[in-house]
Ligand binder design. Structure first.
Ligand code: ADP
Ligand code: GLC
Length: 485
């Protein structure tokens, strides 16, 4: 199958979150299953800066309403032969900083124009109007930044099938109503049945309404978003399309996340011998200036510091946690007041708490390896990748029972412990109290080394490799082709 995979980010070229991990791995997994895949991304300046050789210009496109042409550059995903097309729209992506947010911490004011251009370029590439001799049979689009692609393709007489994957319904791409006309979109799309959402222009609805098929990144989140609690007002539309909506769990890229080969670690290890993990724990304690105490449970958290991730619950748990013999390390960046609260906690307990504000990929690997427990008290979590990495690194996840966290971690109930299927700890209420209870259960088992080793072993044996998820996507692609007719 000829598959065009459109995404606003892909690891290792450009990453702000888990979508990049998915877009860097799933297209490769599809290619390994012998499909013809092209990845298309915006040509951000920081992405271009990471390339060793400058990408070749392979086409120029004159897009609707534009005076200057858009350049299509071609490169490949580092470490793979996967072809990548970069959309270089004048004035849109060649600027410093983050893909979505300016240096002032606010969304770029022209995000609608930027990602509308990107979408139009994706449509031209899919329809082979860039003169590249390649026409997509299926276009796989991701998140609001690609939302206009299925909508625009629906206007074509002959078109590829479309799939829209929801990685996070909380981000919808909502813009001023006037932009509908300014972006040259058909006036009849100003309707509840199309792109209007409570008086605003919604990019995500382009995907939700017009794509042949919809997926999200875990079966539980696929059910949750059809309810008012998780649907942000889109639950009606999602329920209406529920027969076209399914959940496919993300995989883990074990090429990048493998404690046996990870180049970022002080020592490598695997399920048969955890000696290296003890070395990594000591190294991590040193790195954060914490006393090197092999027996003290080391808790960790990595993530975007936003309400979704429930870092405030961890902060709330600190007074009680600090009464126990535990250490905590946190790596993240995001909302200023959460960053400040974490810094304060570290200042209050410098021997117990280590905090790094910022984005640091090698450190994320060292934390996954060196910690004993990984905390993910997310209020909602479409899939979540860190708990999957934690499992492979023998770092036992403590998670809220929601979305992909519910689907990837098996709670250490008595029955699961007896059967040897337990891999972590789950809790229900989004409260500090419930988090503390789950941590308490975990610490209880930590002090029983044979039980703990079994728990770690079961987690390390879990297989969330991308091949399995890629096969599920292929099934949905075929359904999308059948739906398109
Ligand atoms: P989300 O996409 O909602 O942020 P995921 O768990 O799916 O959550 O993916 C987050 C990804 O980003 C993981 O690969 C994680 O290691 C990485 N990550 C998040 N914050 C940081 C950080 N501060 N430094 C390094 N990596 C980070
Ligand atoms: C989103 C979600 C996260 C998911 C990731 C990749 O950012 O918040 O749960 O793992 O996308 O699908």
């Amino acid at each position: 199958m000829k598959i065009l995979f459109a995404s606003p980010e892909a690891h290792p070229l450009i990453k702000t979150g888990g979508l990049a991990d998915v877009a860097g791995a799933l297209p490769r997994a599809l290619k390994n299953l012998h499909h013809e895949v092209r990845l298309v991304l915006p040509a951000y300046r920081s992405l271009l800066d990471t390339l060793e050789t400058p990408p070749a210009e392979v086409a120029r496109l004159q897009l609707h309403g534009d005076t200057a042409p858009v350049r299509i550059l071609q490169t490949h995903l580092p470490g793979s032969a996967l072809k990548v097309w970069l959309v270089d729209a004048p004035g849109c992506f060649d600027r410093p900083g983050n893909p979505y947010v300016g240096p002032d911490g606010h969304d770029w004011p022209d995000n609608a124009q930027r990602f509308a251009r990107f979408a139009r370029a994706v449509v031209e590439l899919a329809q082979d109007r860039a003169g590249l001799g390649w026409r997509a049979e299926l276009v796989h689009t991701n998140d609001w930044q690609c939302g206009l692609v299925p909508a625009l393709l629906s206007l074509e007489a002959a078109r590829p099938a479309t799939l829209f994957t929801i990685h996070n319904l909380a981000y919808q791409g909502l813009f001023d109503a006037a932009l509908l006309g300014e972006l040259g979109l058909p006036p009849h799309w100003w309707s509840m049945e199309a792109l209007e959402f409570h008086g605003r222009l919604s990019f995500i609805k382009g995907g939700l309404v017009f794509a042949d098929r919809l997926t999200t990144v875990s079966p539980t989140y696929a059910r949750e978003i059809c309810t008012p609690q998780f649907g942000y007002g889109l639950e009606g539309l999602l329920r209406h399309r529920q027969d076209r909506l399914s959940g496919i769990l993300n995989g883990a890229d074990y090429q990048h996340w493998n404690p046996g080969k990870d180049p970022h670690l002080a020592a490598n290890y695997n399920g048969r011998s955890l000696a290296g993990k003890a070395v990594d724990k000591a190294a991590l304690q040193r790195e954060f200036g914490l006393p090197e105490r092999p027996q003290t449970p080391l808790l960790a958290h990595i993530g975007r510091l936003v309400e979704q991730k429930g870092v405030d619950l961890i902060l709330g748990a600190l007074p009680r946690l600090m009464e126990e013999d535990v250490q905590l390390v946190v790596l993240g960046s995001g909302e200023a007041q959460l960053e400040a609260a974490l810094r304060e906690a570290q200042a209050a307990h410098p021997q117990r708490i280590g905090v790094r504000i910022g984005y640091d990929e090698p450190l994320a690997h060292r934390i996954e390896a060196g910690a004993d427990l990984f905390l993910m008290p997310s209020r909602f979590e479409p899939c979540g990748l860190n708990q999957i990495y934690s499992l492979r690194y023998g770092t036992v996840p403590v998670v809220r029972r929601t979305g992909g966290l519910a689907d990837t971690v098996v709670d250490a109930s008595e029955a699961a412990l007896r059967k040897g299927t337990a891999t972590g700890f789950q809790f229900d209420a989004p409260t500090t109290e419930a988090l503390l209870q789950a941590i308490g259960r975990a610490l209880g088992l930590y002090r029983q080394p044979p039980v703990w080793r079994r728990l770690i072993g079961a987690g390390m044996r879990q297989d969330f490799s991308w091949t399995r998820s890629a096969r599920r996507y292929l099934e949905v692609y075929r359904l999308a082709l059948a739906d398109r007719g």
